[in-house]
Ligand binder design. Structure first.
Ligand code: AMP
Ligand code: MG
Length: 326
């Protein structure tokens, strides 16, 4: 099967009569690990990993044959896109307005310049075309301005986690933990009946060091941070979350944002957008929009936790102070 060629199964353990399935893949530029329990776990795992592999072919910014690469090449002329593409673009354009521009799916050109891991020249940055006003979406037809490059790096994994959640429902899988890089979806409980306990990364530590833990049940937990991708030049650290207003890494007072909610796409959009906003605007956004909880780790080592999860969050790392946001 062609689609399976895109998967790199690194581990597949089956215990008993397909009651528990654990797999690991490298997809969408990240390591994904899936744990599913129940009689239909094996079929569900196959279906959801195939679905995510197919989505990678839609949204990959680098894969030559991806739909996104084709749409970006066709900038300037109208193109018919797939239902997944139209849906995620529609949500992304709406999110750009809702976040007052902090989330922007048109930064592809700017992102490519920064991915060279050296500070781009001002002239190069100012020549990139970006801005949602240059994108027209009508049904499943997209037209962007010549030179504009869409990029869904901040939201495609969240969208994929929503699709995976629906597959768990279709297959009646009651208990599962899906990790799509920094994007987690926890359904039901662990085998012992306790809730999935998720470690929140310490932005000042290594990949295995936790800031704290949070039990998560039937929810998405999605994190963004300046430690995920960055380079240093002349002693300055340039991370991968960009401020659309400046086309530079966001000068945020935050190091990490964690969003807990029941919508993976929204969670992924917000983890990025709240980082760009900075703690003050992020708190205002939470108070006015609501419908999610968050953990914000500021550069001054204050951890802000919203009231919906404050009681359940356990801060375990040293050197931080906790504030509850009401
Ligand atoms: P995330 O890890 O979800 O915060 O996504 C970060 C990735 O999204 C970056 O590596 C860029 O590819 C892209 N990106 C960076 N800044 C933005 C932004 N302000 N809006 C939308 N996408 C962004
Ligand atoms: Mg994101």
């Amino acid at each position: 099967m062609k689609r399976l060629l895109f998967l790199i199964p690194m581990l597949l353990l089956l215990f008993g009569c397909s009651r528990e399935v654990r797999t690991q893949y490298y997809m969408m530029d990240t390591v994904m690990t899936f744990a599913l329990y129940g009689d239909t776990a094996q079929e569900a795992e196959r279906a959801l990993s195939d679905r995510i592999a197919a989505l990678e072919n839609v949204f990959s910014p680098t894969r030559e044959e991806s739909e996104l690469v084709a749409v970006n090449r066709a900038a300037g002329t109208p193109v018919q896109v797939s239902p997944d593409f139209a849906e995620l673009l529609g949500r992304s354009l709406a999110a750009n307005a809702e976040t007052n521009g902090a989330f922007d799916p048109t930064l592809g050109g700017v992102i490519e310049l920064w991915q060279r891991e050296t500070v781009p020249a001002e002239r190069e940055l100012s020549q990139t075309v970006h801005g949602c006003e240059y994108v027209k979406l009508s049904g499943e037809t997209v037209q962007t301005a010549p030179g504009l490059k869409l990029n869904f790096g901040a939201v495609a994994k969240g969208y994929a986690s929503d699709c995976a959640k629906r597959i768990l429902e279709e297959y009646h899988v009651e208990n599962a933990l899906l990790s799509l890089g920094g994007n987690l979806y926890a359904k039901g409980t662990r085998k012992d009946g306790n809730p999935w306990l998720v470690g929140v990364r310490d932005p000042n530590g290594t990949q295995e060091e936790w800031l704290g833990t949070l039990p998560v049940r039937d929810a998405f937990l999605i994190a963004s941070g300046d430690y995920e991708r960055f380079f240093e030049e002349d002693g300055v650290r340039y991370h991968h979350i960009l401020d659309p207003n400046t086309a530079y890494p966001a000068q945020s007072d935050l190091r990490e944002t964690v969003v807990v909610c029941d919508d993976g796409t929204r969670g992924d959009i917000l983890s990025t957008a709240l980082f760009v906003m900075g703690s003050e605007d992020a708190v205002t956004y939470w108070r006015t929009q609501g419908g999610f909880d968050m953990i914000l780790v500021r550069k001054d080592n204050t951890v802000l936790v919203t009231s919906g999860i404050a009681e359940e969050f356990t801060l375990t790392a040293e050197g931080y102070s906790l504030e509850v946001v009401e």
